[in-house]
Design a protein. Structure first.
Length: 91
């Protein structure tokens, strides 16, 4: 999962960047986690959503706040089933 976040942030050229995932929750082929980057500020958000496709995790989105959006709006924006967001306790 860390590799998916690293690849999103800096592609194949990550140097001196670490990401730490905590509070990981999984439902089917989806996962969410709190993320912290070292050095700080490289990941645009405090939370990430990941999707496993053919055994590999891929980055979907990062956010710090859902800013009052409804779960249906978030699901449309992230292109994720709303039920999955509820099960992951995102909204």
């Amino acid at each position: 999962m860390q590799d998916a976040v690293l690849y999103y942030v800096c592609g194949d050229t990550c140097k001196n960047l670490e990401v730490e995932l905590s509070a990981v929750r999984r439902v089917d082929n989806w996962a969410t986690a709190e993320v912290r980057a070292k050095p700080a500020g490289r990941v645009q958000g405090a939370h990430v959503l990941l999707h496993r496709v053919h055994g590999d995790w891929t980055f979907v989105d990062a956010w710090s706040s859902l800013a009052g959006l409804t779960c249906a709006d978030v699901a449309r924006q992230m292109r994720v089933p709303e039920r999955t967001l509820h099960e992951l306790q995102i909204c």
